[in-house]
Design a protein around this ligand. Structure first.
Ligand SMILES: NC(=O)C1=CN([C@@H]2O[C@H](COP(=O)(O)OP(=O)(O)OC[C@H]3O[C@@H](n4cnc5c(N)ncnc54)[C@H](OP(=O)(O)O)[C@@H]3O)[C@@H](O)[C@H]2O)C=CC1
Ligand SMILES: Cc1cn([C@H]2C[C@H](O)[C@@H](COP(=O)(O)OP(=O)(O)O[C@H]3O[C@@H](C)C(=O)[C@@H](O)[C@H]3O)O2)c(=O)[nH]c1=O
Length: 292
């Protein structure tokens, strides 16, 4: 039995689908079921379910985007920085391993030679480097709390997208934002990310941190070209002149734009498609959400 925290969320729903696809038994545990602020309550819930693994996809992202974390600092600090520490203690008490969904947004840019940051590179968009959003700072703190844990996975997700139109999908955002920031980023196809998390446990790959992004990186301009090439109907895209204009007109806090290297997870045998392949595939299957 696997415990899934955050199952009601955008990422948690994708992980629940991946667990079902893999025929793995799981119990979604929400804040209404167990007090996530209470380590003993979490440990007892793990024991009561006879769980052997826990996946944490709970966290605070801010709506409609990370700008909201600049206002809701308590929720952001609790959901992203201290909750992972409590989960670690609860899992240690219950004697099980766990996986934690983190974010690639603790980096900015790329290595000096243009290649992606590996898991050995320290975060450079965090409170320690004093250049980050409150959200990114909290995500990096969350990772620090787990850094010396020898029985957990840290899965770094980066700007998720898939084929279902939604306010949380990066492709929908690009189509809806009035103006776009041209930046180079690594991205994660949501279904591939969720499947990679589940496979980490199924295949018992070594514990540690993994950049779970599609292979390669892409500019926003190239994403708009792929949208124009693959979706019917004429679309025009308007770009900010530079990041300073973006910050002045559209953002309350700086964004992480970064390139991550996914070699470490691919070397375990877990496959991830290239970012262009995954984007084209999503655009060719583009659809509205199924009404529930
Ligand atoms: N979406 C994205 O673009 C990315 C997300 N991530 C990370 O993925 C994780 C999930 O994000 P996402 O699914 O998008 O977010 P959602 O807002 O869609 O869902 C958040 C989930 O976490 C729960 N939650 C929120 N705050 C707390 C808290 N303080 N304590 C316990 N549970 C909490 C919510 O529970 P409830 O239903 O009770 O509110 C909900 O189940 C986060 O850690 C986020 O940082 C990483 C990279 C990109
Ligand atoms: C607000 C805005 C953003 N952008 C760009 C900036 C950035 O490159 C990209 C995404 O920015 P957003 O503000 O939509 O999303 P943001 O909240 O920054 O997205 C992040 O969410 C959290 C939860 C994460 O962990 C990150 O990995 C990432 O997915 O869109 C525009 O082009 N125009 C705009 O008007």
């Amino acid at each position: 039995m696997i415990i899934l925290l955050g199952a009601s969320g955008f990422i948690g729903q994708a992980i629940a689908d991946a667990l079902r696809d893999a025929d793995l038994e799981f119990a979604p545990l929400g804040r209404r079921d167990v007090d996530h602020g209470d380590v003993d309550a979490l440990a007892n819930a793990i024991a009561a379910h006879d769980a052997t693994f826990l996946i944490n996809s709970a966290g605070y992202t801010g709506k409609p985007n990370v700008d909201a974390c600049e206002i809701h600092k308590t929720e952001c600090l609790d959901g992203n920085a201290t909750l992972p520490g409590r989960i670690r203690m609860a899992c240690q008490r219950a004697g099980i391993a766990f996986g934690h969904v983190s974010s690639g947004c603790i980096y900015a840019g790329s290595r000096p030679d243009g290649s992606g940051f590996t898991e050995l590179d320290p975060p450079n968009f965090c409170f320690r480097t004093d250049n980050c959003s409150f959200y990114s700072g909290c995500k990096a703190l969350g990772e620090e709390l787990l850094a010396d844990c020898d029985s957990c996975y840290i899965w770094r997700l980066r700007i998720p997208f898939n084929e279902v139109d939604s306010t949380r999908n990066y492709l929908s955002k690009v189509m809806r934002y009035e103006r776009l920031l041209d930046a180079t980023n690594s991205l994660s196809h949501l279904g591939e990310f969720a499947s990679a998390c589940v496979q980490s446990w199924q295949r018992r790959i070594p514990f540690g941190t993994y950049n779970v992004v599609n292979t390669g990186s892409i500019t926003t301009r190239r994403v708009t070209e792929l949208i124009q090439e693959n979706l019917p109907g004429e679309r025009r895209f308007d770009f900010f002149d530079n990041e300073a204009e973006f910050m002045r007109l559209a953002a309350a806090t700086p964004r992480s734009n970064c390139v991550l290297d996914n070699t470490k997870i691919r070397q375990t045998g877990i496959e991830l498609s290239t970012v262009e392949e995954a984007l084209i595939d999503s655009l060719q299957q583009w659809r509205s959400p199924v009404a529930s």
